[in-house]
Ligand binder design. Structure first.
Ligand SMILES: CC(=O)N[C@H]1[C@@H](OP(=O)(O)OP(=O)(O)OC[C@H]2O[C@@H](n3ccc(=O)[nH]c3=O)[C@H](O)[C@@H]2O)O[C@H](CO)[C@@H](O)[C@@H]1O[C@H](C)C(=O)N[C@@H](C)C(=O)N[C@H](CCC(=O)O)C(=O)O
Ligand SMILES: Nc1ncnc2c1ncn2[C@@H]1O[C@H](COP(=O)(O)OP(=O)(O)OP(=O)(O)O)[C@@H](O)[C@H]1O
Length: 497
């Protein structure tokens, strides 16, 4: 609860206020249905709706202030609702970010903030950073695809938020972290969030770049726009950790970022600050020699997969930039915790092994399969999925990547949204050179796909279930339908035992 003097907030860039110049406010809300007594309602123009259409509903629900960009409309409404403040701004999303920051007393500045961007690895890196900083004694929360976690546990925040929450939620979460005694926040910063100014006004202590490849064209339309959005993160960061092996964006950041920075590379003969020699990746963890400032260190990390070593390097770089010593960091690293659903191994009672991995881009799937093929197994069974709420063009690519690399392939659907699941499966299938192969199976729901994959599994097989769930649910016709691969797996083996 706080009094907001709208005109006095420079960064909100107020153009006009109709009605009271200040209000006693109880919450900040961008959906009319969630407005309660004392809320500020932000009317955002979205993909499907114009938030200005819902102002009167918001006022009926108790809004005391409305922020919008349609001056004529707000002025007209102010005549009907003189007790309500109507704030005209140029950019509603930007205003929302700065009002949220003000409302929560700039709590983000009390925390060390670490923002992770990149096409693949955001969830993994942000979870590694949280785990590593916690082990080093800096209580750190996490915000991302796997939910909201304070330094101790998963929090019951809203039922679901996007990977990078809207600004009003984000600052609320920072406030919750602060109240829980946390002093740092590690978070995924998606390109869409940067475009929609969800993190505007935050100066990150460290910004991390993992890699850049084609993704989210359903939103950005061009790769240039996707990259330009990601680059914005480095305009609002004190320090940066940069993957110079990444040809997609590494050089672009290096050319622009002038603050303290650390670069990393998985190769030894590079100009990176952190380089790797003699990497040996095994199921019980990875070992390698790490060079930093002319010194070589022997490293063990309990993670699997070459790409995860790149992710570990970015967490090490972050801890160094936050002032920790290499020896402290490497000690802590031996207890590093990985996020759920990223190379999550489940040993099945019939001696097959189920691996859950969120790989859902062509690059992630390629790297993942390369790593899985290094393991010992009898047959490899892989389930891939077309994602209805993402770019349809990448679906055939997922098929061509997996063709010839697995003994059995199941093609299914994730988050069909408003699309016909058969259409999605057909899109994926069009990428196979031999779609009629008896080893390629289809399933019109993820649940059916998981069951088919498990049925095919025999002792010593690996069953690799890729792509996956957001918030343990599937998005079907605009609704979240509960779904858990793990529950289906447990049920399957209970029934078959
Ligand atoms: C595609 C996209 O950008 N969607 C965002 C957008 O929704 P929208 O354009 O569909 O909104 P809309 O339905 O047109 O409504 C416009 C406005 O009217 C309001 N409204 C609507 C109906 C109503 O009855 N009352 C009301 O007030 C809505 O709250 C909204 O503010 O505006 C909403 C409100 O600001 C966002 O929450 C929503 O993000 C949704 C949750 C989302 O899933 N976005 C995805 C694309 C996303 O951000 N993904 C990234 C990617 C992560 C990754 O890399 O994996 C992420 O950070 O999660
Ligand atoms: N550094 C990396 N390079 C390439 N692939 C990676 C890397 N890190 C993880 N992956 C692969 O990408 C998958 C998704 O990883 P992660 O969830 O960490 O990425 P993300 O960027 O958060 O994706 P999303 O935002 O869509 O959740 C992993 O399960 C793994 O297969």
């Amino acid at each position: 609860m706080k009094t907001i003097p709208f005109h006095q907030l420079n960064e909100v860039e107020v153009e006009n206020v109709f009605g009271p110049e200040r209000q006693f406010v109880t919450s900040l809300v961008f959906h009319s249905k969630y407005v309660s007594k004392g809320s500020v309602f932000f009317s955002i123009r979205g993909e499907n709706e114009d938030g200005h259409r819902f102002i009167e509903e918001a006022i009926q629900n108790g809004a005391v202030a409305v922020v919008g960009d349609n001056q004529a409309h707000l002025q007209k409404l102010s005549l009907c609702y003189p007790f309500c403040s109507f704030i005209v701004v140029k950019d509603v999303r930007k205003a929302m970010a700065f009002l949220a920051k003000f409302y929560y007393n700039d709590v983000n500045e009390k925390l060390k903030t670490i923002g992770v961007t990149g096409t693949n690895g955001k969830t993994t890196v942000s979870a590694y950073v949280r785990s590593l900083l916690n082990l080093l004694g800096m209580p750190t929360g996490l915000i991302g695809t796997t939910g909201i976690w304070n330094s101790r546990e998963k929090m019951r925040y809203k039922k679901s938020t996007p990977t990078t929450p809207e600004a009003v939620d984000l600052h609320h979460i920072f406030d919750e972290f602060d109240k829980a005694g946390d002093t740092a926040a590690s978070m995924e910063v998606s390109s869409i969030a940067l475009d929609q100014k969800r993190v505007e006004g935050i100066l990150f202590d460290v910004a991390i770049h993992t890699n850049f490849s084609e993704e989210h064209l359903e939103y950005h339309h061009t790769l240039e726009h996707y990259k330009a959005c990601k680059l914005k993160l480095f305009e609002q960061a004190k320090c940066a950790v940069i993957n110079i092996d990444d040809e997609g964006m590494g050089e672009d950041i290096l050319a622009r970022f002038e603050g303290p920075r650390l670069t990393y590379s998985l190769h030894e003969d590079t100009r990176a600050d952190l380089t790797v020699r003699q990497l040996s990746v095994a199921e019980d963890g990875s070992r390698f020699y790490l060079t930093y400032l002319g010194k070589e260190y022997s490293v063990y990390a309990p993670v699997y997969g070459t790409y995860n070593i790149a992710n570990v390097l970015s967490a090490i770089g972050t801890a160094l930039l936050l002032g920790y010593q290499m020896n402290q960091i490497l000690n802590a690293l031996t207890h590093l915790q990985s996020p759920e659903g990223r190379f999550q191994v489940i040993q099945a009672p019939n001696h097959s092994k189920v691996i859950l991995d969120y790989a859902h881009t062509p690059v992630a799937l390629t790297r993942l399969v390369e790593e899985v093929k290094k393991l010992q197994y009898n047959r490899l069974i892989v389930m891939i999925a077309g994602i209805g709420i993402r770019d349809f063009k990448k679906m055939p690519k997922m098929a061509s990547i997996i063709e010839g690399k697995a003994d059995e392939i199941i093609v299914t659907v994730d988050h069909p949204g408003y699309h016909d699941p058969q259409l999605i499966v057909d899109q994926v299938m069009s990428g196979f050179s031999n779609p009629d192969s008896p080893n390629i199976h289809t399933a019109l729901t993820r649940e059916e796909g998981v069951r088919k994959a498990l049925m095919l599994g025999q002792p010593d097989d690996i069953i690799l279930l890729t792509s996956g769930c957001i918030n343990n649910s599937q998005i079907v016709k605009g609704k979240e339908v509960p779904h858990s691969d793990e529950e289906i797996i447990q049920e399957h083996y209970l029934q078959s035992s």
